[in-house]
Write a protein that binds this ligand. Structure first.
Ligand SMILES: *Cc1c(COP(=O)(O)O)cnc(C)c1O
Length: 392
């Protein structure tokens, strides 16, 4: 008999009941160090006093109103995102996939308005992940996402991540844009290098394409800059964000330049819940913390310590771990042992981590971790590695 909850998730058998800072507690009272953070969602950890304050304060005022009304919190969050990024304007959604969908619509509308409706196709890359809506699974293109959900949504073709020559060769008269995660999350943690992003920018300009980044996972301070692409200086025309900007509350946004968004006039796009006062109060509260002087410096400092300790761990246990990838606090550790067994072993030992493609475990701790949390986490990784059956 099918469970009452549609069985689309493989669950690990633990129910989390409460969280405090970097720790979560299950229904049996067991404590875990949370280096998964809701897959980069709980960017400020659990029950952060500033977020709890913003949530409860707004909850006592107004949760929701239609987008037919002015929403001051939305204007404030948009203005702050615009001030802090390449963007001139922002649309608010409730999830990453919706933010991506907005960007895809924007790319098509831009070329339509420019008198080129035949330009509708977007070049995407291998091992991508952009969400689970019908359109975003075909944008990602991975077999495991799309199998059984055909016919394919048209308008996406795929080239290898990191390969500019292949991308340039794939451009046709129908090509409208490029969509890339600057740090791939689900398909294996892979950080684009500066040259690749600069090359994407240059190619987009050369062929009149709109460049869209999916920073749903790698954005909002995760890599030590507010957005990952800032490391390279190669800004996009459009960028989808979500996950970390809500700190655990569903918030997504699609940021864009004035030019890219020029077709998005009244009535062209919308969302019932998107940008509601409660979501905006929390998004603004997350930004209060992340934009605070010194916050990202601390992320970079603690990330440096974590990387050093992980490099030593991998060197000490070559039969368990083989490589580290990513940037800042978005880290993949490639396993020589089955990653699912490693994840279960770490959980048993009190450390929560995620999985990623390429037999990786994925570390996405709250941005608020300190060095003591790093040492605690790596201590657990050490002891689980040492105890690993048949591995040194
Ligand atoms: C999580 C994620 C998405 C989808 O976000 P949802 O909120 O689940 O729709 C899209 N892109 C990337 C890179 C993600 O990590």
């Amino acid at each position: 008999m099918i469970p009452a909850v549609m069985p689309t998730y493989k669950r690990c058998g633990i129910a989390l009941e409460r969280g405090e800072g970097v720790y979560v507690y299950d229904t049996d009272g067991r404590r875990y160090l949370d280096f998964l953070a809701g897959i980069a969602v709980n960017s400020l950890g659990h029950a952060h006093p500033h977020l709890v304050g913003a949530l409860t304060e707004q909850a006592n005022r107004l949760w929701h109103c239609s987008n037919i009304f002015e929403i001051p919190g939305q204007e404030r969050l948009a203005e702050r995102l615009v001030a802090a990024t390449f963007a001139d304007t922002a649309f608010f959604a409730n999830s990453g996939a919706e933010a991506i969908e907005c960007g895809i619509k924007m790319i098509r509308k831009y070329h339509h308005e420019a008198g080129n409706p035949e330009k509708y196709s977007i070049i995407c890359v291998s091992d991508a992940f952009h969400g689970r809506t019908l359109t975003t699974i075909f944008a990602a293109g991975q077999e495991k996402l799309v199998k059984g959900f055909g016919p394919a949504v048209p308008g996406f073709n795929h080239v290898a991540f990191g390969n500019l020559n292949e991308l340039r060769a794939a451009i046709t008269d129908e090509t409208a844009g490029i969509l890339v995660e600057p740090v791939q999350g689900e398909g294996g943690i892979r950080a684009a290098d500066d040259d690749y992003l600069a090359g994407l920018r240059k190619t987009a300009d050369e062929f009149g394409l709109l460049l869209m980044y999916d920073e749903v996972q790698c954005g909002v301070g995760r890599t030590g800059k507010l957005f990952y692409h800032e490391w390279s200086g190669a800004a996009p025309d459009i960028m989808a964000i979500a996950k970390g900007i809500g700190g655990g509350f569903p918030v997504g946004a699609c940021l864009a330049t004035e030019r890219a968004a020029s077709g998005m006039t009244a009535g062209t796009h919308g969302s019932t819940f998107g940008g509601n006062p409660l979501a905006m109060a929390i998004g603004n509260a997350v930004l209060d913390v992340v934009l605070e002087e010194g916050f990202l410096d601390r992320v970079n400092q603690v990330a440096d310590v974590l990387w050093q300790r992980l490099e030593a761990l991998v060197a000490a246990h070559p039969k368990v771990f083989t490589a580290i990838s990513g940037r800042g606090l978005m880290i993949g550790v490639t396993c020589a042992v089955p990653n699912q067994e490693m994840i279960a072993g770490l959980r048993e030992a009190g450390l929560l981590v995620g999985q990623s493609g390429g037999n990786m475990i994925r570390l996405l701790p709250p941005l608020t971790i300190d060095e003591a949390h790093v040492h605690e986490a790596v201590g657990i990784l050490e002891s689980v590695s040492r105890a690993w059956k048949h591995a040194a």
